[in-house]
Ligand binder design. Structure first.
Ligand code: SF4
Ligand code: SF4
Length: 188
């Protein structure tokens, strides 16, 4: 059962004010958006993807000043200026995250937080632009990474490393088949 609505305490308001200080492109702030606090993994809290963080309250993070390091350093790509101001993740239904991992190197994750949001023209346009330079993965509700696109040589490197499961158009394929299909697609 959901908590009954309550008035914000002084502590809540102080935490909210802290959040307004976050630096971002053209003065953007998270505002009412808290989507990454549900969609993303927080290692320090052992919070898996797609589970609402236990510290997320009605007025935002309840432990903002003491939040884990990974929360402190995270900014979605919208905060960094990708997409118009009106396309904040909670409105667009999508979170784009630019990340770097030892296994995959720099890449982009796409969390579809509202079913069907990936079909929007704006989203397709952003994904198409991003895949020109980086490998873009969609994160399913099963936490599987599915390649949406990217430069073929980078995708091939990822597949060869065995660092990501390989699903192309919903079909599981071996690394060799995946590389061949992607390289074939890339040839003029
Ligand atoms: S998804 Fe982006 S805009 Fe929304 S709370 Fe997270 S960092 Fe802020
Ligand atoms: S600790 Fe706070 S900032 Fe981090 S995921 Fe939880 S609610 Fe969000």
């Amino acid at each position: 059962m959901a908590d009954a609505p309550r008035k914000p305490s002084l502590e809540d308001l102080a935490e909210e004010l802290n959040q307004i200080d976050r630096p971002a492109a053209d003065g953007r702030t998270c505002g009412a958006c808290t989507e990454c606090c549900t969609a993303l993994i927080v290692d320090e809290l052992k919070k898996p993807e797609w589970f609402k963080c236990l510290h997320l309250g009605k007025y935002g993070c309840r432990i903002y000043s003491k939040r884990p390091e990974s929360c402190k350093v995270y900014y979605c790509m919208w905060m960094a200026g990708v997409g118009g101001r009106e396309l904040r993740p909670d409105r667009l239904g999508i979170i784009f995250s630019g990340v770097t991992s030892p296994k995959l190197g720099p890449h982009i994750l796409v969390h579809e937080i509202r079913p069907g949001a990936m079909e929007q023209a704006e989203v397709k346009k952003i994904i198409s632009a991003l895949t020109e330079t980086q490998v873009v993965f969609a994160i399913g509700k099963d936490s599987m990474r599915r390649v949406l696109g990217g430069p073929s040589h980078l995708i091939a490197e990822i597949f060869r490393s065995g660092a990501a499961p390989i699903t192309l158009n919903g079909e599981e394929v071996t690394p060799d088949v995946a590389i061949e299909r992607l390289l074939t697609k890339a040839r003029p």
